[in-house]
Design a protein around this ligand. Sequence first.
Ligand SMILES: Cc1cc2nc3c(=O)[nH]c(=O)nc-3n(C[C@H](O)[C@H](O)[C@H](O)COP(=O)(O)OP(=O)(O)OC[C@H]3O[C@@H](n4cnc5c(N)ncnc54)[C@H](O)[C@@H]3O)c2cc1C
Ligand code: SF4
Length: 330
Amino acid sequence: MKPFGYVRAGSVEEAAEAFAAHRGARYLAGGTNLVDLMKLGVERPAVLVDVTRLPLDGVEELPDGSLRVGATVRNSDLAAHPVVRDRYPALSQALLAGASGQLRNAATTGGNLLQRTRCPYFQDLSKPCNKREPGSGCGAREGVHRDHAVLGYSEQCIATNPSDMAVALAALDARVELYGEGGARSVPAAEFHRLPGDHPERDTEIRPGELITGVVLPAATAGLPSAYRKARDRASFAFALASVAVALRVADGTVAQAGIAFGALAHRPWRAVRAERALLGGPATPDAFARAVDLELAEARPLRDNAYKVPLARNLAVDVLTRLAAPART
Ligand SMILES: Cc1cc2nc3c(=O)[nH]c(=O)nc-3n(C[C@H](O)[C@H](O)[C@H](O)COP(=O)(O)OP(=O)(O)OC[C@H]3O[C@@H](n4cnc5c(N)ncnc54)[C@H](O)[C@@H]3O)c2cc1C
Ligand code: SF4
């Protein structure tokens, strides 16, 4: 591993300043992704700016009924938080579906959002990868791509985003709060990650040196019936082959509010806006759910080895929608 410097920041401003002062700096949170990538030589930071001592480890109910989660809140703590379990169950379920107990104890909200793809070519320095080394090619395109994207990919990159948590945040209309040179700003979680286009080296809309300070879950989705389901090769400790997060409000048998996001199908959590629009104001029945999900997934362009993802994602989504609607229909 290349030698690197280490700075421990005590405040958000200090962290941003330390980052700006050191060329080749990276923020370090739980380290469960960054340190692995450093060992592989994929990441070669000159300096690590440790953000784990920042005062961003709280979960706070705000006066407008929303919930702010600090960037350094550990995945285990967030999953177990009583307000999250009660009002945003899809988020708790998504977190618990990720990684292992030990990893969730170390992993943070900010780090989870910025974890890199698990594409094996990205992690292997001997292989071409436009994300790791722009212009070098994409090893996965003609190689092993069973786990790769079926939606929104480009000629440059077919990787998927691996985060379970981010899928739930997208469906729940959360916002990501950022701090950087230009001050504080926030972006919708569903728009935080990018599609690869011609710049797969950029995973998200974050600007150089910006720090994630937290995530806000809005009052508008608090208390909605919501759920997360994930299909994977093993029952635990495995990344998603396909997953879905759904928040659904049904009134008098009619869909009054729907947030649907797919995981492991694209370079970012895929907010299913076509399906949501098709459902709004219509009957909350399994047939209507299937039609809406099919409409969304009609856009899929499976690759040689991953056509299975389309029916898998469809069945997961129809099942979750049907289960969430069931108490309201009886
Ligand atoms: C074996 C294994 C299995 C896993 N399985 C799953 C799974 O099934 N589902 C899943 O979702 N995840 C899974 N993960 C990934 C895990 O969830 C992530 O590694 C973890 O969430 C990253 O959080 P961290 O705090 O350790 O981030 P770090 O590794 O510290 O950082 C990750 C990235 O985020 C940046 N960063 C961190 N905090 C901030 C901040 N506040 N502002 C700006 N930048 C920041 C870092 O610079 C780095 O680029 C798995 C990981 C492993 C090793
Ligand atoms: S899919 Fe993306 S991450 Fe994987 S090899 Fe191709 S360019 Fe790299």
